[in-house]
Design a protein around this ligand. Sequence first.
Ligand code: 0L1
Ligand code: MG
Length: 262
Amino acid sequence: METNLINELASYVHYAEKERQEITKITADLYPELSIDEAYLVQAELIRKKIKEGGQIIGPKMGITSEAKMKQMNVDDPIYGYVFDDMVVEEGDSISLSDYIHPKVEPEIGFILSRDLEGPNTTALDVLRATEYVFPAIEIIDSRYENFNFTLPDVIADNTSAAGAVFGTYFRKPEELELDVVGVTLSINGEIQSLGAGAAVLGNPANSVSRLAHMLSKKGEKVQAGQPILTGGVTAAVRLSPGDLVQVTYGGLGEVSFFVQE
Ligand code: 0L1
Ligand code: MG
């Protein structure tokens, strides 16, 4: 793939993110043959542009981590992207809908490692042994594509719809919990909108971190100690509206909330 084309496609998505402007998916007209490997090249260029403008990576995020979603998109691997410093929302704080295009929220379980993990043979047990803490989180996803309509390469190029992250402050050692049976409820204005258990994330969120290590190892990269890692949605994502109070409870892992303004 020509460097010029990578640059052009990264600029296309970058512009949409900065201007909060919906765009037609890349594979519709611009470049229908975009492959998954090429999409990661576009994502890497997008990340470079964001860093050049002063953005800082806070940590990686995994997406398409439920078996149902992987089947629906006909893929064997989840996908990954990056949360940036300007995406972080303080727990209990408010967001403005006007800062997004058509945001949705999904509850996630986060990990912080005490040592780097690398290699294609990393197991969930390796992850649990290397985990300093797990914590509750909410991801805000906001695809830059019209109507959240995209193919897998499109969403990879768009940094996997990353737009916001609310990191909870309730930290637990992984051995204090059975992560696959942590029950999660997402309520908006006091009404439950979606629910699930940790096992919805690749059987156990620790598997999501090991899959990240496998995928990064293909690029000679590691999952880094100290960075918060979002492992993927535990429930279906829910669209936000002005006035929403978003509250998520995680069995044995506290709760996280924030408010949505116009
Ligand atoms: O974090 C995620 O699972 C989002 C992946 C992209 C899919 C979407 O935007 O719905
Ligand atoms: Mg997510």
